[in-house]
Design a protein around this ligand. Structure first.
Ligand code: FAD
Ligand code: NDP
Length: 461
């Protein structure tokens, strides 16, 4: 029997793959896609979406507590984890069905199977044994949690994948890592009532973010009862009668009910057949691609986390769309990976775009820093001990705003809108010219007049 032939075969129906498949199909390509787990990929099934639902759930605790200062009497609230998980699972199933329906509507043939490359034009579907010939192949297989070097008792450790399906809320949880997932899940579990210990190997959480943001968030997380242990790692985990005994690298130990590692993710490139076909791997561990997401094999492309460029859903989607425009829409489109806004859904939230203070000082001759830390208005009557933080980083020579950093309620929403101004190359004078919206927290962004710090001015003059 001769193999089926298509114009495009997409391996992986996640954020990048689904977008690429449907846009290519809309240009008239015959498209087939393979998914080995669930349609929607990491973001929809066990990433952004279920995570944000758990974040919403975790924030009610503060709302109930804060209500008293505003005159409300709230009876002792109680929380039921199985109800939350069941409701979340229902919503995820609805979204998965919606993604599947979209692929059907765009006439993308979906195969529920693991797919591997046999040669540059042949994909082998492991579930059925079938082979498909494709003019173009897109690898959009995403990434997976990576636990680091083996330690004793690693089999007792969960990743974010399992955290979404725990049978019960752990009373005590230890989370190792200091990146997005570690701080987000620390906030989730803490808000829902778990006792949380976060263990991070470096000096402070969120390496790569602005130092003031890192310091501010750490203080706020600690105020909410999260214990943050730095400069240590988990050395061993042992199952004991009443939980898991965790030994840290300084020999200190503690007993918890659950241990979760959020120590980064690695591109899904193993056993895909890449080596035999000649697809090169970059030094970052992802598939090496050019600005059009084309790999070292001319008819094979890769988008999203499997390329380990910027591992965010909107980036994977944009890369998938640009690939389809380039290859099937006759519109060569390179994705602009500069000034990508991002949010960490910690408690409180972080929203950032552009350069940190340290990066700006390294890259620019003159840098002006504007920053403020203030008590959000809502905290006055509630009596909550919390502060928000905002920083604007300005190129002192052009007056361009090159970085914005926010820690506080709705920072993710704020940075999305602020991202437009930064992307449009707005200057500090443009910010200052905007009338404040009062009373809001965001008005601080257009009313900061005093420089908190200036670098390189004298040398430049
Ligand atoms: P994926 O969405 O991972 O899709 C890859 C798909 O390929 C998967 O469905 C997989 O099953 C399938 N697959 C793999 N190998 C094969 C094979 N050989 N054959 C067939 N199918 C295969 N990003 C944000 O922007 N905002 C957030 O708030 C956010 N929160 C996150 C929270 C968590 C806990 C995690 C883990 C990630 C989060 N991310 C977030 C990152 C985001 O989920 C990813 O950047 C995004 O999903 C990447 O899309 P992708 O298309 O590259 O891969
Ligand atoms: P990150 O890369 O953000 O963080 C990994 C953390 O684990 C870092 O603190 C790192 O330390 C630490 N680490 C790495 N290896 C080890 C080790 N061997 N032992 C101890 N600690 C270790 O990865 P995450 O897993 O948190 O998330 C993966 C990616 O998914 C994110 O980078 C982001 O792109 C995406 N994501 C986005 C979200 C969002 O947009 N809100 C939410 C969740 C995920 P060090 O800093 O010292 O290297």
């Amino acid at each position: 029997m001769s193999a089926k032939e298509v114009d495009l075969f997409v391996i992986g129906a996640g954020s990048g793959g689904v977008r690429a498949a449907r846009v290519a199909s809309s240009y008239g390509a015959r498209v087939m896609a393979a998914e080995e787990f669930r349609v929607g990929g990491t973001c929809v099934i066990r990433g952004c979406v279920p995570k944000k639902l758990l974040v919403y759930a975790s924030r009610f605790a503060e709302e109930f507590a804060d209500a008293a200062g505003y005159g409300w009497t709230v009876p002792q609230p109680s929380f039921d984890w199985p109800t939350l998980i069941a409701n979340k699972d229902r919503e995820i199933a609805r979204l998965e069905a919606a993604y599947t329906a979209t692929l059907e509507r765009f006439k993308v043939e979906l195969v529920k199977s693991r797919a591997v490359l046999e040669d540059a034009h042949t994909v082998h579907l492991l579930a059925t044994g079938a082979r498909v010939r494709a003019k173009t192949i897109l690898i959009a297989t995403g990434g997976a949690p990576h636990h680091g070097a083996a330690i004793a008792g690693l089999e007792h450790v969960i990743s974010s994948n399992e955290a979404f399906h725990l049978p019960q809320l752990p009373k005590r949880i230890l989370i190792q890592g200091g990146g997005y997932i570690a701080v987000e899940f620390a906030g989730i579990f803490s808000g829902l009532g778990s006792q949380v210990t976060l263990v991070y190997r470096g000096e402070n959480i969120l390496r790569g973010f602005d130092d003031d943001v890192r310091a501010h968030l750490r203080v706020e997380m600690e105020k909410r009862g999260i214990k943050i242990v730095t400069k240590r790692t988990v050395a061993a985990v042992e199952k004991v009668e009443h939980g898991l005994d965790v030994e840290l690298s300084d020999n200190e130990s503690l007993v918890v009910d659950q241990v979760m590692f959020a120590t980064g993710r690695r591109p899904n490139i193993k056993t895909l057949g890449l080596e035999s076909v000649g697809v090169k791997i970059a030094s970052n561990g992802g598939i090496a691609v050019d600005q059009y997401s084309r790999s070292s094999v001319p008819n094979i492309y890769a988008v999203g986390d499997v390329t380990n460029r910027i591992n965010l859903t909107p980036v994977a989607i944009r890369e998938g769309h640009a690939f389809a425009d380039t290859v099937f829409g006759k519109k060569p489109t390179a994705v602009d990976h500069s000034n990508v806004p991002t949010a960490v859904f910690s408690e409180p939230e972080v929203g950032v775009i552009g350069l940190t203070e340290a990066e700006a000082v390294k890259e620019l001759r003159v840098v002006d820093i504007y920053k403020t830390s203030f008590r959000p208005m809502k905290a006055t009557l509630s009596g909550r001990d919390t502060r928000s933080f905002m920083k604007i980083v300005v190129d002192g020579e052009s007056d361009r705003v090159v970085g914005c950093h926010i820690v506080g309620p709705d920072a993710g929403e704020l940075i999305q809108a602020l991202g437009i101004a930064v992307k449009m190359k707005a200057t500090k004078a443009d910010f200052d010219a905007v009338m404040a919206v009062h009373p809001t927290a965001a008005e601080e962004l257009v009313t900061m007049r005093e420089k908190a710090m200036s670098y390189g001015r004298q040398a430049a003059e």
